[in-house]
Design a protein around this ligand. Sequence first.
Ligand SMILES: [Zn+2]
Length: 509
Amino acid sequence: MTYRVLARKYRPRTFAEVKGQDHIVKALSRAIERDRVGQAYLLVGPRGVGKTSTARIFAKSLNCERGPTLEPCLACPPCREIELGGDTDVVEIDGASNNSVDDVRALRDRVHYQPLRDRRKVYIIDEVQRLSGPAFDALLKTLEEPPGHALFLFATTDPHKIPETIVSRCQVFEFRRLREEDVKAKLAWICAQEGREPPEEVIAALSRGCRGGLRDAESMLDQLLAVADGEPTLDDLELVAGLARPERWLDLLEAVERDDAPALLHAVDEFLARGGTERDFVEQATDAVRDILHVALLGEDALGVQPAPQRRERMQALARALGRDRLEALLGLLFSLETRMSQAPLAARALLEWTLLRAARLRELLGAGALLDSLRGGGGSSGGARTAPVPAAAVAPAPAPAAAPAAPADRGRLARLLEEVGKSRPTLGAVLRSNLVEGQVEERGVRLTLRPLEARDRSMLEDPVERAFLRDLPGSPGEWSIAYAGAERRSDGVGERLREFFGGVEESP
Ligand SMILES: [Zn+2]
């Protein structure tokens, strides 16, 4: 028995089996029903979403012995031959390899002969944008006065490369990238047909990784099923498809959150060592950040984000710790990184590392963390914003500024306290740290001012159990009082400072 790759074995054979392109199926079906089939169609869309499959189904519908019909029988000679690519009246041409004038002239000469057996003589030209200029001219002559029995179905990933004179003679159909759910459903169905049962998270990760290209997903699944001992795992997926395990992205973002430079550099190194490219890294990291942003904005209802239970909590903690501003800024960083990489491909790795290191310092940039950084004694470039301004002339080793809201020793104490909180209550610690505006350790308690919080975080802070935990923390002088800063924008001109930070690269996602 010969082995057929899954993408071919399970390619759609009828309109009903075409997934995610309902608008096109509907339009073509209507044309058949009303007997108003045109002479030239241009099928536009990314690779692997069903353009040529649809073209073949259309040809079968028109030429089936029981047709024209919306449900070709799949059994008569035209149906079977079209499916196998052997029907003399249905010619498939690959624009990439048959792009000379001579090829198109030969086509032009033959097109005028009546079909030998079928109703319509169909020319399916894949990658039509690859035809040469003279070949397009020859094609245009045919399209200007096509014989009534001829039907042209052009497929392209790149319609801009096709002369307008050709496009204007075609009905144009735009294929969509498939939705993740559609890809997932198809892959699950294929697995069932094959008697395989990979874990759902493998199918989910694969569906996401292929970015709406079903054929890519199918051929990855093919390799995955072939390679794996037993059912494939996320590790197999990482090996075969270069799709890093979801945990790795959580590790990475946690390293960004705590500004852990060595961990960031190691993550890049590992990813590249497994055979991924810098571009793959950016794509997958972008997806991961987007997921966390969705969790931050939509909570439980985050669209399309269905993490396994063990990841859910980490994602929620990350969403809170990073917060909307930093997540949006992170996405911006990744978008401008893509631009920079295409400008300087040889420096891709350095750019990637540099971007991650900068990303880890976003909090400092965004202002809210300035205090925290100075509390930690880190003193970043824009840190210490809330300590008393030191006159430029004061170069002498002056005594500690008396007017500072918190003396240095005091600041160290608050930093240690917050660190202590994080050790046994990571979420609480993250909420306090990332929303801190001002804080003082006083004689009988701790006074914090936080940015306005979401209801859920706020109720956590108001929980008497958590308050008691804070009060009894080692080193805590007593009750913690928490106030919220007014609803004023916490840092104006963030966009301006971001542009400065990123070196003025236009962000064009
Ligand atoms: Zn048939």
